[in-house]
Design a protein around this ligand. Sequence first.
Ligand SMILES: Nc1ncnc2c1ncn2[C@@H]1O[C@H](COP(=O)(O)OP(=O)(O)OP(=O)(O)O)[C@@H](O)[C@H]1O
Length: 603
Amino acid sequence: MSDDERPTAAGLSVGRLLGAGGSSSVWLVEDRDGQRFALKVLRVPREDGVAVHGVPSEDGATRRGRRAARTDSLYPGGPTAPDRPERTLGDVGGASSADRSAASAVMWRELRLLLRFSHDHLLRVHRIVETDLGPGMLMDFAPGGSLLGLLTSRGPLPVAEVVTALVPIAQALGYLHDQGALHGDVTPGNILFASDGRPLLGDFGTGRLLGGDRPSSGGTPGFLDPAHPGSFDPGVDVFALSAVAWFALTGRIPGPTDERPPLSLMVPEVPVQLMRLIEDGLSSDRDRRPSAGDFARTLMRAATPIPVDLVPAVHASVLPELLTRRAGPDPAPTAAGLPGLAGRSRARRTPARAPGRARQRPGEAPAGRRVRRGSSPARRQRGRRPGLSRGLPALLGGGVALLLLIAGLTLAIGGRGAPATLPTDAGADHGVDQGTPGPEHAIQEQNDPLTALSRLVAARAAAFAAADPALLADVDVEGSPAMSADTEAVEALAEAGRKLAGLSITIHGAAVLSDEDQEFVPALGELPAAATAPATQVRLVRATAVLSSYTTVRTVDPGRSANASVPSAASDPTIAQGQQQLIFVLWNSGAGWRIHSVLSPPQ
Ligand SMILES: Nc1ncnc2c1ncn2[C@@H]1O[C@H](COP(=O)(O)OP(=O)(O)OP(=O)(O)O)[C@@H](O)[C@H]1O
């Protein structure tokens, strides 16, 4: 955005452009006391057809990524918001007085609405100021930037960070709904972060009050409830929030129900209750959608929240004030040399345990080896882990752990056209073994979890490909998180009369994590001990799971015969291949290795 689009306003010095949405540009400003604010100036459609694109003043990669997110991921196949002809009020010879008074009315309306509400997670708006480009709204500056900016820089987020980012937003929506108001435009661009990492819901431009006279005209494609456009229904905000959660976990907008891949296939570590919550929130059946308050409560129980790592996304000038940054010296020796892990280590040592979650029940002493050993001070004092120095840091250094690339994420945010390059490591490649395992193979598998893992993921792919939950019996531990999530997803496929033709999964670079490496996997603290079967062995295997491309095929007789299929219709989407770094928790209680759960690697 050029300098002549920079507003001027009495008593304010105007700094960098913070961002631009479909209808406004937002600038960093400072008042005479040195206090910083964000100043939002509305933009209006251009009459001469010449487009003025608002781009954030972040680095080039972020800018490119944001465009890609808008064009490839946020708005696939549809009109892209930035391509709407638009202008800043006052440009090209100045806006008409009618434009200005319309803009002013919108601003006053948003201000009046916002002044009625006060919540820790609603962005505070102060007043309207006159600028040379028309009225501007002065609001709190959110130095952490937006969730969209964060996802553009980092790629999809781990479940634990999604919990941190979205529980407060769901609570803020619950508060608004209780007050008889709708937000109306919950999107990743409208979720901002304070410097202490607090998520804030902004942009009440399309908000509405119950009984208000103005129908909603806003909303953002991809996050707009297709079933109830324009209705005054809190479920519209819950739909949008669920779409944001899907987007944060996968890097893509969810798309229509019968076209989106199962979430548990794209992000296997998503707990089953979270998968259900998001599917319920996106359901076209309004009665299935939870209230915003229930959404917050269920999301809170999905994982122990960890601080959102904002560092890769923020402007360099705000780094020093960012409380959640994890670079620099850390008092915990275990985190030495591992930027990004310090916060996680702390979070793990003092977990914000959700109600009802017990790490280990009294009297349930682990008979086999526990999934995770306790982290004694002595262990923490030992400093850098030799295993980690070869393994996880390679992931961290490459930034690969940030990219949960599965099922078509080559089109995902960040403008990346191809899957990330993965670090080579010492682990052998374990391609799919399609043949029937012989006795020798079975013995080898019994001893070697890496060999077993290749077979397990191939069999898991076969269950999804055929939409046959019975095939999971030899894949997942009975009653485990993996079994619940996979069964639910495969049954949903079967009920929808679909299967994923051509899907296969191969394992590459698999390596068993040492005990010391396991110290750095915070989510392990949430897994139950392997206490139920005395002889249970547990291994954690870090690996890259590579999904082939596949096509969603409709079966002839939905819900009954997954074997019969109709030829792929032209509309059936082919999902491009993708890959993902994962940690598989494998159990062996005597009958061979099975998948107990799947985690994302620490970042
Ligand atoms: N208070 C703020 N502090 C820091 N950055 C902000 C603030 N408000 C907005 N931004 C940045 O500006 C971008 C655009 O802001 P906003 O979403 O309010 O504009 P908009 O035109 O209303 O967008 P849309 O109509 O597309 O939702 C945000 O995505 C964010 O990056």
